[in-house]
Design a protein around this ligand. Sequence first.
Ligand code: C2E
Ligand code: CA
Ligand code: CA
Length: 658
Amino acid sequence: MVDILSIHMAFLLFEAIFCFLSAILCVLKTSRDKKARTVVFILNVMAGVLILNDFFGYVFEGRPGRFPAFMVYSSNLIVFLLCDLFLTGILVYTSIVLFGRFRLSKEQPCRIRSLLVVLLSLSGMALVIVSQFTGMYYTIDESNLYERGKLFPLSVAIPVVGMVLIASILLQHRKKTTTYRVLTILSFIILPLLGFLFQLLFYGFTYMDIGIALAVNIVFVENIVYQNQQIRIAERTDVRTGLANEHSCIEWIRTRKGKKEILDYAAIYFDISRFSSINRKYGANTGNRVLSIFAASFAREIAPDEFLGHQRGDQFIAIVHKKNLDKILKKLSEVRVSFTDDTGKENDVHLSVHAGVYEIENADISSEAVITYAATALEYASRTASENPVVYMTKDLMDTIEEKRRFEKKIRKALEKGEFLPYYQPKVNSRAGKLCGAEALARWNHKGELIRPAEFISVMERNESICDLDMYMLRAVCKDILKWQEKGLAIPPISINFSRRNLADPDLAEKIDKVVTESGIPKELIEIEITETVDEFPISVMKAFVDDLRSRGYSSSIDDFGSANSSVAVLREIAFDTVKIDKGFIDHDLEKDLTILDHIIKMARSIGLKIVAEGVEQEAQVQKLQSFGAETIQGYYYDRPMPGEKMAERLADPYYKK
Ligand code: C2E
Ligand code: CA
Ligand code: CA
């Protein structure tokens, strides 16, 4: 025969232990919200004490002796007191969930009802004390047996009225939190009430207290779940714009992967054109504000079953229904943003975007592939600039990209296998008709076919392998020079091209020096050619590099001077030894170009720079340059680039008979 009382008592004991364990977990910082954590801790301790005293009540009830009498009295007192005190506890927890705080001053929302609940709680406790002397709630006889008093229903009515008041606050402000949390708090009313009804049917058991304790358990678990949810949301949100971040974009696609509905979507990867100018003009803070206003205004165009996220910087991704694509792209072509800058002034800017579009056509596609396709299309859109701000990722484009990727791989392999070699193009002093230097130019010997830089330099600049090529060329030139030295040839300075990409490395000059020193050739024989940069790095970076080279004993020249990128300021600021005048300049013999050329040469000479004219093909050009005072000439007129062995012959016979 099952002894129901023993089961009941065992349950009470376990429930009490569970509440205390939960309280300990609260101390171990299960949640980041300190206020909520403290209240949940207190509620758990209270529930533990309540249930434990319930348990003691049963253990000692009806046992003779003074100690059992003390235990029966104190445990009943504590249970009745706690039932009223819980009202305040639940009110505080409700306030924290709804309003983030609890304060019984004017700022407390629903102040009257809150005050009433606290008053009920306090007066309920006072009545429990009174009952100790009057026996209005319960009495305990000489054999330590518990018996209900006449006003026992009042002891239940007070918490019930209090809970109804709390429920009215909760329901009025239910929009302030999740349905989930509202139901959790409502369990404080529903479970004890159910318990009370049970108690009416089965006199002698404390189902109402158990109801309270179970509600506390639910709050504890819900609080942990809620906190974890908050952490997950924080992980998936970008702080600057409040939009979903890349992580959640991946998640969004992943949850739809493999389902047919994903085929209705297209991904738009876009960035705001010339956003850096806004940052520069108004400062980074305002820039961030503009970004979040832009995001908020554009977010309105996005349907609930579509996605908008912030990637990085001024880049965003939207995943929208294909049928909405045109409408959204049109919207994106001009977005007006009004904002106040740091000085408080109202401003208005029109933002437009470059966009890459990928229409999903394979349900099993990975999130990463969707993002990469759209992002790559954007890369193309940005490169073709204003004429085509939107680029669709098509099969053809995908093939081109794939082709490029294969080619890049091939180049990397070639570099590893040492398939590159230097060709040398002489520089000639046109007055003396004598070789006075040479430039090393890279050639790729691919299966016996000689490939020129136009085919591989730009690809290598894009994937940064150019830096490896330049160092490789330096080592190869050093080796050739050593060979020529061994033959007893007189060797003029040889220049080597270094791409501007190398400037990201602050130790570049040191690395160059190491290669040259280790090879054992004289430093004067090495000259570094570099094109000017206004786009990637500030002038100071190139200046630091050139100064570093100079202090280590190397000369340097600025390449392609007079082409689109150059500015005269660079010549003034950076201590180059030589300026190489761009071929384009020499090709034109328009009046205006010649006047500028004349001025550049005069100016360069006046600040002590040597001058090399490149790409000279005709006698007339040589003469014109000579008349301007530019004597050093590099061009097909004298020689084409040639392999090392041929160059050795040239070095042995350095005079040109023209
Ligand atoms: P660059 O540094 O301006 O080199 C001069 C280019 O003009 C060379 O082309 C040369 O062959 C060509 N050239 C010389 N004289 C004449 C002429 O009279 N007429 C014509 N039409 N062309 C002439 P190349 O060898 O095809 O190199 C092209 C560019 O590739 C170079 O321009 C340089 O910027 C880059 N490059 C070559 N080798 C390397 C290297 O090892 N590293 C780096 N970073 N860039 C390199
Ligand atoms: Ca060059
Ligand atoms: Ca050049």
